[in-house]
Design a binder for this molecule. Sequence first.
Ligand code: G1P
Length: 307
Amino acid sequence: MSKTASFKPIRKAVFPVAGLGTRFLPATKSIPKEMLPVVDKPILQYAVEEAKKAGIEHFVFVTGRGKTVIEDHFDIAYELEQTLEQRQKTDVLDRLRSDLPEAGQISYTRQQSPLGLGHAVWCARDIIGNEPFALLLPDMLMKSDTPCLKNMMDLYAEKGGNIISVEECAPEDASKYGIVQFETESDGAMKITDMVEKPAPGTAPSNFFINGRYILQPEVFDLLGEKKRGAGNEIQITDAMLRLIKDQEFHAVTFTGQTFDCGSRLGFLQANLAYSLDDSDLRPQIQKMLENLNDENQPQKRHAAAS
Ligand code: G1P
């Protein structure tokens, strides 16, 4: 029997999508920030596709007021489909249909009050039940050939326990994130020994930050249920994990693709640029536009690119 057979499979993923998106006002006054498009897909759909490719079967959204269009997005739009059919727009129709999770594969619950990420995750406890699960923060858009969560699943199959995706940041940025400290095991795996949420400047134990992808054991819900407040007076998932580390193993996977923090305007714009350069139709024109923008000596061209 293989070593991997003893670990419970990761079937469900939690997506916290209750945030207000204040950094994107007025765009997010009536549109959830998770529905803002990166090229032609909502930010949230990238995370759902990543989870799907990693083998996730059930998608749990922790939403809040004003987020009902998320439910509509992941549902069949009969009138739209009929119109597309009549107009023989089969390509786009096929795409819409293949994007949809199957009936019964999605659950929604509401966070009710903005008490922090840990609280949002805790709201999913009954839907997850007593099994390990994935947690994806959709704001963090992870661009790579192999989905970030898939690499984490592979390590989980070897190690079990809890797995966190990390990457290196500039030392001055460490105070914006959850930071991990780790030791290297004989097989090269990174075993996490400490974590801190948003360390005060200059106090971070390393430059490896938690970039928004987790595989967690269900015992984390009991700790989150104690509702202890941490950084920013919020209930933090990092604090619950730090307490769980006393009883369970946590390993890290270093993400080697590109991460875009779409919760910030700059990250969102960078993501749009990076994904548009991947699109064969858009790429030549975007490249031309960038060349023109760079070319200080050609103001006329610059004007043309911007119009
Ligand atoms: C959350 C987590 C933090 C992590 C970050 C990644 O923080 O608490 O550990 O590094 O996401 O984006 P937030 O961005 O909600 O402040």
